[in-house]
Design a protein around this ligand. Sequence first.
Ligand SMILES: NC(=O)c1ccc[n+]([C@@H]2O[C@H](COP(=O)([O-])OP(=O)(O)OC[C@H]3O[C@@H](n4cnc5c(N)ncnc54)[C@H](OP(=O)(O)O)[C@@H]3O)[C@@H](O)[C@H]2O)c1
Length: 253
Amino acid sequence: MELEGRVALVTGGSGDIGTAISDALARAGCDVAVTFVGNEDGAKATAGLVEAAGRAALPLALDQRVESSIEDAVAAVVDRFGGCDVLVNNGAWNIGIPFPELDRLDAETWDRVLETNLRGPYLLARALAPHLRAGDGGRVVNIASVGGLMPGSSSIAYSCSKAGLIHLTHCLAVALAPEVAVNCVAPGLVEGTRMALRLPEAVAAGARRQAVLGKVGSAEDVADATVLLCRADTITGQTIVVDGGMPGAMNFG
Ligand SMILES: NC(=O)c1ccc[n+]([C@@H]2O[C@H](COP(=O)([O-])OP(=O)(O)OC[C@H]3O[C@@H](n4cnc5c(N)ncnc54)[C@H](OP(=O)(O)O)[C@@H]3O)[C@@H](O)[C@H]2O)c1
């Protein structure tokens, strides 16, 4: 799909990886709606990058745990741009709870993680489906995690939410075909990000140790993989892992 002149909605565009994705999509020719929850300044800074690339930007409040907030955000994007061609489900929430500490992972935390990281992306895809299907079709890219491919990440809830998001990618690839291609990027540790800072240190150290390239994933490679999946016309239901080559995450997708 030619990206010049397309409209993209990047959830969590105020965050570290969302900034890189918004910037890369803008440089590929997209106007970008950049969502935030608490970090409005971050979203505005990302919007500045989009505009510096010569494209229009729309910073937008969105709490994807709340259905009415999703409906409002979709309406605002359509009102501003007349439609939407690309959804990047990048927004997510994590908390560091080592896997063996089951008593610390209570029902409330489980629900917050699953509502944000799995239910939200589904509701966003559902709300945007008529717009993504319109014209000559659209793209969804879900940002998951290697924690969804193997049991290790900030918490059991996060790992399960990302495993669910990877399978949601498969299900939506079937549901939205043939008009919309749905794919996934699964980062490993991305150094310096807020999410990485919330990882238990042993998990971060394990990711560094296992990366056969001697370095972990980068936000730029996640962004480039997202653009590739938006451009591609014959790829759907797939996952690209960006983690410096952790053997345990190879042979998935
Ligand atoms: N960083 C890593 O090492 C790493 C590794 C694997 C996978 N990932 C995945 O990469 C993606 C981006 O992560 P990141 O490192 O850029 O994290 P980040 O800097 O913490 O950004 C997370 C973004 O999600 C938004 N968000 C949080 N709760 C939300 C909600 N209820 N509704 C809508 N948006 C919400 C945040 O908004 P506000 O800041 O405005 O509140 C922020 O924009 C996530 O899907 C994450 O799971 C990251």
